[in-house]
Design a protein around this ligand. Structure first.
Ligand SMILES: *Cc1c(COP(=O)(O)O)cnc(C)c1O
Length: 311
């Protein structure tokens, strides 16, 4: 973790960033995948694992499977950016591209499970995945035991569930804030509806946060309901600003999904953060897009002498 003086200045409090985008595979997802694969029986390991993924889970699962010498197939929708597909293939997994949503890809996973006997490891709704993501919270407590607030990028909720359960077990007064993008926030809209609902998947800078939570959600819907103190959303513009801020002021390359906590802080959406940890969850974005995002700000900013370069 590092303290961000500039974010502390803008948002008040002391803002720490937990730099999980620096993990092997570029996100925290290898934690859950590794834990789940290590808990398979020998017989299960020989059957191989299969998953549906918007990218980072696929990478984490491919990596964890390779480390354990387990065969791995990843199914994903056509909305997934090319760099993420190649990233998964580079970790030795077989990729199947199918349909226009995570739910379509799930149909192919179900077929591989039934017809080929592979073991399905879902991206979030699984106790071993949730527990694996929660290991991150133990490191946060070790480095910052006085933590008061945590900002957690929220999609299916495996990360929030594991991290919040670990933190609240240590100290129930730690304030847990889940952050999603406004465009297609499936977990947040489901919480508002009081049950898992279908939410239209829309293109967003926070593509790793898109996708449904499953109408038959078993764990994360309840855990997010019970453990999150606040659920908030950020706009595409706020996410873009956060990616730019991360580069020019924090000197970090962070994907949209990984920067939603920073986006919320910059937008003034976190009241009294106090001693706050914002989870920076991933770095896997198309570098051409990243280049556009960071330079768009510079052009706007060139009217200001000194500009952002001195920020
Ligand atoms: C998967 C992911 C998340 C959200 O994790 P969930 O367990 O699905 O809520 C956040 N950020 C990044 C970069 C991710 O890959």
């Amino acid at each position: 973790m590092v303290v961000s003086p500039s974010l502390s200045n803008v948002a008040g409090g002391i803002i720490h960033l937990k730099l999980e985008h620096l993990q092997t595979t570029g996100s925290f997802k290898l934690r859950g995948a590794t834990n789940a694969i290590l808990r398979l029986s020998d017989a299960e390991r020989t059957r191989g694992v299969v998953g549906v993924s918007t990218g980072n889970h696929g990478r984490g699962l491919a990596y964890a499977a390779k480390q354990a010498s387990v065969r791995c197939t990843i199914c994903m929708s056509e909305l997934v950016p090319r760099n993420k597909i190649e990233g998964i293939q580079s970790h030795g997994a077989e990729v199947v591209i199918i349909g226009l949503s995570q739910d379509d890809a799930q149909v192919e996973v179900d077929r591989l499970v039934e017809e080929v006997g592979m073991i399905m490891l879902p991206p979030f709704d699984h106790p071993d995945i949730i527990a694996g993501q929660g290991t991150l919270a133990l490191e946060v407590l070790e480095d910052c035991p006085e933590i008061e607030t945590i900002l957690i990028p929220l999609s299916g909720g495996g990360l929030l569930a594991g991290v919040a359960l670990a933190l609240k077990s240590a100290n129930p007064s730690i304030r847990v804030v889940g952050v999603s993008m406004e465009r297609g926030a499936a977990m947040i809209e489901s919480q508002r509806a009081g049950k898992p609902i279908l939410v239209k998947e829309l293109p967003t800078l926070a593509d790793a946060l898109s996708g449904g939570i499953g109408l038959d959600n078993r764990y994360t819907f309840d855990m997010v309901r019970d453990l999150a103190d606040e659920l908030i959303t950020v706009t595409e513009n706020e996410i873009a600003k956060a990616v730019r801020h991360s580069y020019w002021s924090e000197k970090q390359v962070i994907e949209g999904s990984g920067s939603v906590g920073i986006a919320a802080l910059l937008a003034g959406k976190i009241n009294n953060p106090g001693i706050c940890v914002s989870l920076v969850t991933g770095c896997n974005l198309d570098m051409t897009l990243h280049n556009e995002l960071i330079n768009r700000e510079l052009e706007e900013d060139s009217r200001v002498p000194g500009g952002l370069r001195n920020a």
